[in-house]
Ligand binder design. Sequence first.
Ligand code: BG6
Length: 512
Amino acid sequence: MTLQTNPLTAGLSDALFPQPCSLVIFGGSGDLSKRKLLPAVYNLALDGVLPTNFDVVGFSMNDFTDESYRAFAKEGIDKYSRRPVDPAHWADYERSLSYVHGSFSDPASFQRLKAKLDEIEPGFGVPGNRVFYLAIPPSLIELVVNQLQAAGLVSPAAKDGPFTRIIVEKPIGRDLESAQKVNATLAKVFDESQIFRIDHYLGKETVQNIFVMRFGNAIFEPLWNNHFIDHVQITVAEEEGVGTRAGYYEEAGALRDMVQNHILQLLCVTAMEAPWANSADVVRDYKLAVLNCLRPITGKDVEKFVVRAQYGPGFAHGVDVPGYRREEGVKPDSTTETYVAIKCYVDNWRWAGVPFYLRTGKRLPKRASEIAVQFKHVPEVLFNLNPERPLEPNVLTLRIQPDEGLALRIGAKLPGPKVRIYPVKMDFRYGTTFGEQSPEAYERLLLDVMAGDATLFMRRDAVDASWRWVTNILKGWKESGSRWLPEYPAGTWGPLEAEKLMTERNRAWRTL
Ligand code: BG6
């Protein structure tokens, strides 16, 4: 199999290729497996980029057999995959899927898993390399890690011999202390080089394109600093409400669910210095430096720099929808935030004085995520003489989803005898330019784990650093003792309070 020409394996990690292995999914019958993981593996198979010697084993408490697990996988792929099941290919593919019915607390189940792997791997030509995917609630991580070790399923990290790697889903903890505990548990059994903490935002094509755009082009980097940039807005807006995940979300809220991980990672790739090498540790060192420079928001400042809110009743897709507190599984007096907006600073030479505005929320008017870099106003001379109607500043927008691409807003002369300036957009769209569907984030990330490339995964110190920053905000909320949360009607852009973060210099949240 030639991998060099495939776009999925080209680029950031093209020196590394996926190794033959078994992928064991704990929580193999759960929502994440059905919606994301099994479809991702299938798409990789369709693209011919999986290692030739490869198999998948689902492990969970559901009473599946190999046969019924294959049917479950097919159903998930039919419903959620970006490409439908190809019947000509399926019969051959499904043989690589098998299942172990077991309980996480039962040592015998892990022995059965081991026996199953030992039995099937020779048939697939897999030399004992194993990737364990923990698609399970965080409360079970410690149990499963210990069971893996007790069952003799963990090989030490060594250059030779079969490898064991573990993929850990978010949330890793719910504050700094609990995250450190999870990481300590992992470290007792695995070497850091074996641990892949996944943040699916880093697998998105458009997020990787930020690296390429910044460091693969000459024109942006000279402007990428406080001399030219007025501020940066990072928005991750969701149209959906809490859906069926109230059990998890009630304990999390928008700050833990989206800011601690996805949004801070977007901030890191936007603000980091140019790494001196494209290797996992160098890139991650440079991203960590951003987190270390983030000015802590503590005590009373939390109220000044952070706005939280909850959606009330309103509209979505043109129909009435209930407020958060009326959603199934949500406490009627819940104070869980479904929206958060933050004004923060990266205190280093490059960014001194440039505010970064972060916002995310559920039940906003649409699903739209972007990073908008707003440049400074032109001087108030020549074309910009009217302070009542200043010229629109240049904005570079990196669209993460949907309509993946980027746009640069510039001022152009309106045709006609007078000099009138009108903002126009230079727009690049992935869809129209490349004409291909981008792979899903999980596809890229699974392939990277098989290749042993940790560039797009969270290192332990970064998890600590981001939780340290977020935990200050959580503490500030707790100390304020306030149980009042502003409400925004579902289907609107959040609470009025968020506007107050943006009062200086004609700044305003963008309407997406
Ligand atoms: C998950 C959050 O990590 O990301 C969800 O737990 C959120 O609450 C989701 O909906 C958003 O991901 P995406 O890829 O749909 O933007």
